[in-house]
Ligand binder design. Structure first.
Ligand code: ATP
Length: 242
């Protein structure tokens, strides 16, 4: 929970959302303090991606509110939310395969807030990911999965994310790359970035996040510090669908 001096950066209140009028998330409430690293866990189809897509503005909720630093952003477009610093790293990376690494990064920093600092941000990203520096002129589609994940995170940093939302960053990566990417996530957190980490990988997320929420079939089944969530029997049952 919040320690003194910290304020809520993100507040989701009673969110109901779905597809074609059929709810997939039912009355979901969640909060994220400035500077926190919070995990959103859940089995396949629990609704994690649906939630993140509503936060980034790809979808609009049926009811409920999303507040960012106290401002109601529920009806803002995805572009307006990026301008505020709400930035998503999508599941499956979604880099532009025919564009070079450099072009992908520069595109990330195209919003009005970030554009004036693109050169500086690029240096930060390339310092974080030396591999991307070596591959700046290479087409993004020729990168390995792990390198594409670096690029997707780098692109979000180029957008000057203030709330970074990562959708399943471990998906399809070798254990070595997973370890590396989670080291980067820890570093970004230490640098003060607020991070919502959406993951299916329970143990990995519990190790890195301070607090976690567990989604089960569109509802928050468990929430609390990672220790509390780890020891709550409902966490395992949410995964096993019991
Ligand atoms: P995964 O880990 O498999 O990505 P998830 O927890 O992110 O799962 P969602 O992708 O949010 O879950 O899916 C939640 C529910 O919404 C599922 O029942 C899914 O079939 C449904 N769903 C997701 N996207 C759509 C869509 N575009 N149209 C209709 N139903 C959808």
């Amino acid at each position: 929970m919040l320690t003194s001096g910290m304020s809520w950066m993100l507040e989701i209140e009673h969110l109901v959302t779905g597809y074609g009028g059929v709810p997939v998330l039912h009355d979901v409430s969640l909060k994220l303090g400035a500077g926190e690293l919070v995990g959103l866990l859940g089995a396949n189809n629990a609704g994690k991606t649906t939630l993140i897509n509503n936060l980034s503005g790809i979808f609009t909720p049926m009811s409920g509110r999303i507040l960012f630093e106290g401002q109601d952003v529920t009806r803002l477009t995805a572009r307006q939310r990026v301008e505020l610093g709400i930035v998503q790293v999508p599941e499956g990376r979604m880099v532009f395969p025919e564009m070079s690494v450099r072009e992908n990064l520069l595109l990330g920093g195209i919003n009005q807030r970030a554009k004036p600092h693109r050169a500086q941000q690029m240096e930060h990203v390339l310092e974080l990911f030396p591999r991307l520096r070596e591959r700046l002129g290479q087409k993004a589609g020729t990168l390995s999965g792990g390198e594409q994940q670096m690029l997707a995170i780098g692109r979000a940093l180029m957008a000057e994310a203030r709330l970074l939302m990562l959708d399943e960053p471990s998906l399809g990566l070798s254990p070595l790359f997973v370890q590396y990417i989670f080291g980067i996530i820890d570093r970004l957190h230490k640098e003060g970035l607020t991070i919502l980490l959406v993951e299916q990988n329970l143990n990995l997320t519990l190790r890195h996040a301070q607090r976690c929420y567990v989604l089960e079939r569109g509802r928050i089944a468990v929430e609390g510090s990672s220790d509390v969530v780890k020891n709550d029997p409902r966490t395992r049952s949410a995964y096993l669908g019991l």
